[in-house]
Write a protein that binds this ligand. Structure first.
Ligand SMILES: CCCCCCCCCC(=O)SCCNC(=O)CCNC(=O)[C@H](O)C(C)(C)COP(=O)(O)OP(=O)(O)OC[C@H]1O[C@@H](n2cnc3c(N)ncnc32)[C@H](O)[C@@H]1OP(=O)(O)O
Length: 128
């Protein structure tokens, strides 16, 4: 289903989901403290990249079963963020991945690890 209010990220997926890269410039209204991006948004970006590792690895819809986040430095709003995820373990029904959000100058903003599990196609119905 299309979501016009989503971040509209276009993931770059390499090596069957071993690596995923996304860029995003969160708008000002996504701040928590003044001009500082809300941590929930950073968590969402990590989640998004990690989930795409799972989706691409299983080659079917998948959901986050677990997500752990560490916030390392505050991120300004309205600045491009780079999110890199990497697969670290695959088992029959679980993909584990790690991800990091950085600024263009390399400043580390947040890191996370997550577990993704495949779900049936009916979980993510295609648009008619
Ligand atoms: C095209 C658009 C793409 C857009 C990308 C958007 C990314 C967005 C990402 C998300 O936000 S996804 C939404 C948030 N996540 C969810 O809503 C998931 C909700 N949870 C579930 O649907 C189910 O709990 C889940 C599918 C994850 C698992 O349900 P099951 O009923 O299949 O698992 P169950 O709890 O019975 O456990 C099955 C096995 O998995 C194991 N397991 C489950 N969670 C685990 C975990 N976290 N770590 C390790 N093992 C885990 C569990 O121990 C067990 O092992 P055994 O079979 O050996 O007993």
């Amino acid at each position: 289903m299309e979501n016009p209010f989503g971040f509209q990220v276009k993931p770059e997926i390499k090596n069957g989901g071993e690596f995923v890269y996304i860029e995003c410039t969160p708008a000002e209204h996504l701040q928590g403290w003044a001009n500082i991006l809300h941590g929930g948004i950073l968590s969402t970006l990590l989640d998004e990249a990690i989930t795409y590792v799972g989706i691409s690895t299983f080659n079917q819809p998948a959901v986050t079963a677990q997500l752990e986040v560490r916030f390392r430095n505050p991120a300004p709003t309205c600045v491009k963020l780079h999110v890199c995820a990497e697969r670290i373990k695959v088992s029959k029904r679980l993909v584990e991945a790690k991800a990091a959000v950085t600024l263009g100058d390399g400043t580390l903003i947040a890191t996370g690890t997550g577990k993704v599990m495949p779900v049936s196609e009916s979980f993510a119905p295609k648009s008619p």
